[in-house]
Design a protein around this ligand. Structure first.
Ligand SMILES: [Fe+2]
Ligand SMILES: [Fe+2]
Length: 473
């Protein structure tokens, strides 16, 4: 089993692509379409080269290589985590059977759908973020943006590989469609709502990488458990890259909060607008927005589709193998959020299998809280009493039990009229967004940083903050 990539090939890979001429040709004919998509829908800021991490292997030590590369020459490759020949399906009705190396005919349509939906999110975020380079707060941040972008591009490759390798003509057609749909497009939008929202400024970008990429982490976590082994191995490796995206979000918001706290204490005021900082109130509104649209990505509280995916062994739970239960859940029950018959926000007992979206969402919420605690620590150590928080799950929802109601961030039901009157206190208004946008002036000078954000504590790969992470043209 080889795990190192052969970079002399057109498509770096650890899947023995050269052994399969037909697959290789299919991917080579998709590649120019990918590149023209990247040219027309990818990052708009012209650069000479960027200090990027490139995946070169999947082994424990040194899977990545850092160097300055021209982005269009980035080697998007196909990497699957190493195969465990004894791997068995860990859950559902096929529990204990050897993991599948081919697509089982009876589950073909479902697996295709799961891969297409996951694949669709990867290029979508590149499209959403394409104009951010022009307003980067530092070269360090610019580099991180591009790193996230090229890796989302590679994740698209990862899904297209599965489509080409295992789903024949239908798979090839879906691979084309992944390049034709575009974020926010009228005629051919991306599949999931949050991926059609704009990412117009860097605060949104950090929120997106914190809250929305984190949804991606949990979805990949469920697919990593899949009985379909190539999907499992693909997602396992993607998760490795994904942790850098979480890092960009966590530390990005951290640095904004740190800078705001600094200005608040320095000038003894909550109103940091006069000092070109981002007020905590606006940061809170951005959290409210990005968290609530990301919760929508988990789907309805109950879902028979997801129950079927689990029973069939296609999509497991977060940390499936570490759970101490029978991994089949046929007689288990769980509590989910509902609107009760009296029209109140409440909980109801359902079969555990149909409540799996709620289970996954619960792990996600706990994870989101960790960042909030971290940012509150930095407020605390600045001697401030204000705190940030996650709004209630019923707040601003468009999917699931709460889609027909309005609620405050505390989870109190309110009328539609009251919502209209009060929502500007909870969600970013046009005035807020315009203000944040007014701060977005590029700082492309080495070692410098915009005034609304603190510098990072460390650079990338042991390099200092003032390293030339990006050479502009
Ligand atoms: Fe991704
Ligand atoms: Fe990501």
């Amino acid at each position: 089993m080889t795990t190192a990539a052969d970079y002399s090939e057109k498509i770096p890979n650890n899947v023995d692509l050269r052994e399969d001429r037909r697959l290789q040709r299919a991917l080579e004919s998709w590649q120019p379409n990918f590149l023209s998509w990247w040219e027309s829908m990818g990052p708009t800021l012209p650069t000479r080269d960027v200090y990027l991490r490139t995946a070169v292997s999947v082994g424990r030590e040194g899977w990545a290589h850092f160097d300055h590369v021209a982005m269009k020459d980035y080697r998007w490759g196909i990497f699957l985590a190493e195969r465990d020949r004894d791997r068995r399906i860990a859950f559902g009705q096929h529990k204990g059977e050897p993991a599948w190396q081919r697509v089982p005919g009876e589950y073909r349509a479902e697996l295709l759908r799961l891969i297409v939906v996951q694949g669709d999110t990867e290029p979508a975020s590149v499209e959403q973020q394409r104009n951010l380079g022009a307003t980067a707060p530092s070269l360090y941040d610019l580099r991180n943006l591009f790193q996230v972008n090229v890796e989302e591009g590679r994740h698209l490759w990862a899904m297209v590989y599965l489509l080409h390798a295992y789903f024949g003509r239908e798979g090839r057609e879906e691979a084309e469609e992944l390049l034709h749909r575009n974020s926010g497009s009228e005629d051919a939008p991306r599949i999931l709502g949050a991926f059609n929202e704009e990412t117009p400024d860097w605060l949104s970008f950090f929120m997106f990488t914190y809250f929305t990429d984190r949804d991606g982490k949990y979805q990949l976590g469920t697919l990593k458990e899949s009985g379909f082994d190539p999907l499992s191995r693909t997602c396992e490796f993607m998760l490795k890259e994904e942790s850098h995206h979480m890092f960009v979000g966590t530390t990005g918001i951290d640095r904004v909060v740190e800078r705001t706290a600094q200005l608040m204490t320095e000038h003894d005021t909550d109103d940091v607008i006069a000092h070109r900082g981002i007020p905590l109130e606006i940061i809170q509104k951005y959290i409210n927005f990005h968290y609530s649209v990301s919760l929508d990505l988990f789907g309805s509280e109950t879902s028979t589709n997801v129950a079927n995916y689990f029973a069939a062994g296609l999509k497991g739970r977060w940390n499936e193998e570490r759970r101490r239960d029978d991994h089949q859940l046929t007689n288990e029950s769980t509590m989910v959020d509902v609107i009760t018959e009296d029209g109140e926000i409440g909980r109801a007992e359902v079969a555990a299998l149909v409540g799996l979206n709620t289970d996954l969402r619960g792990h996600y919420i706990a994870d989101c809280q960790i960042g909030i605690n971290r940012w509150n620590k930095s407020l605390e150590s600045a001697g401030l009493t204000q705190r940030l928080r996650l709004p209630h799950v019923s707040f601003n929802r468009k999917v699931g039990a709460f889609k027909g109601i309005e609620a405050t961030p505390d989870g109190a039901l309110i009328s539609a009229d009251e919502w209209t009157q009060r929502k500007s206190a909870w969600l970013p208004t046009d005035v807020d967004k315009t203000y944040v946008r007014s701060l977005m002036r590029p700082v492309h000078e080495r070692g410098k940083i915009a005034a609304w954000i603190a510098p990072p504590r460390n650079g990338i790969n042991g390099k200092p903050f003032d390293y030339e992470y990006v050479h502009l043209t």
